[in-house]
Design a protein around this ligand. Sequence first.
Ligand SMILES: Cc1ncc(COP(=O)(O)O)c(C=O)c1O
Length: 500
Amino acid sequence: MNEIIRDTQSSVTHTSLDPQDWNEFRALAHRMLDETIDDIANIRARPVWQPIPDGVRAAFKADVPREASDLADVYRDFSEHVAPYATGNVHPGFMGWVHGGGTAVGMLAEMLAAGLNANLGGRDHMPIEVERQIVDWMRHLFAFPESASGIFVTGTSMANLMAVLVARTSALGTLARQYGIGNDGALLAAYTSQAAHGCVSRAMDIAGLGTDALRKIDVDADHRIDVAALRAQIAIDREVGFKPFLVVASAGTVDIGAIDDLKAIAELCREEGIWFHVDGAFGALAILSPELAPLLGGIELADSIALDFHKWGQVPYDAGFLLVRDGERHRQAFAQPAAYLRREARGLAAGAVWPCDLGPDLSRGFRALKTWFTLKTFGTDRLGAVIARSCALAKYLETRVLAEPRLELLAPVNLNIVCFRYRAADEVNREIVADIQESGVAAPSSTTLDGRFAIRAAIVNHRTDESDIDALVAAVLEFGGRRSGGVIEVEAPPLAAQSY
Ligand SMILES: Cc1ncc(COP(=O)(O)O)c(C=O)c1O
């Protein structure tokens, strides 16, 4: 077979998009790489975020580029107009939402993946084995059986949606994929907590089950689902003829990082014959830290787990993941026969289960490579230490807030998220958040807790240290003082005396 050898001397045809001059291309490529590495290495010298000037925004309302441009000019456009106005989550002062910081290693892996230009929908090639390797590692970490399956997706919003679809097919049978959810589907009821991420509700909507079919159970003072109330609601629903089919527990709620009582929920789901899904968008990877892993007790009993490597895993965006205990049920929810996707005994079309059998995507990028590079290069112990460290920094911020009479802590600090406010009206706090973001010193986000506006610091970035926390506190006090004229409106008892 090997005698059939192709001529390896490439000649650039006029239709090829390859460079005419590879040496010139190589020199520019090296410059791009050097400058990107410099940017990451010197990230502290930059503002965390800066508003986009009108002129820069306007430059991106250009006509379709029919004519070719010089690569160096396109790169200059990127360097001047795009890179300086990115989200800022590479910066250690970024504490908004739950954004990972990425790593230089992940960046290189992303470049290598683009060089391969692999399509991981299916077929027999090593990139798929890399993805399967990570599925295997996740099985191992979460003590799932050999028969479990997993797949990379964009993010946890997609992974949660797919979990709802797998649970739906599991409850209704595969014929529902052909005939629709019908009357039985209209009776399905799912459960999550009031503190769950909004994508769970959206998943019910997209799955055709409707958001009303999701019962949002009350949470306790620590924002954990009230398991007794969950049990009672399931009983009420059964009584009136609904079919409880799914509980979505949170391992790290988006607002404050609360972890539901996963063991108790697992037990309840087992008794009731209900699919037990865990939204572990960021919290699930706490499994990598020996000191935090016990907080996730019970996650190993889940039917499925959604998580993001692009958050606490520090893998560059995007790298969401779904793990399903029963790989066959997973496949039954998505697999579809098609002549052009036929599996063969040998050749490139070999292999039984392809990733396209486990999700809605046929064309899929090589997200697994940057995750594989990250896990292998740093090792899970070191990544676990980064996760534990961000929780320690959250505790440090909590201490700073509790020690400062002008600040008020608004929620218990469970993991890496601190919700607090300047002692002033909601409107003042809203302005403080925008002031800080625009100053470029830090980038907190906000949320509403018990009807009150909260400044929310989610510490996820591996580069963040105490000095970044101090800078955030100083900025809140500075802008708070300016916005409220230094007047503290609410006198409250010392926070250390409060229940949390
Ligand atoms: C608990 C939780 N679930 C789901 C999501 C959505 O994840 P993604 O943005 O990766 O879709 C988030 C995002 O922060 C989250 O915190």
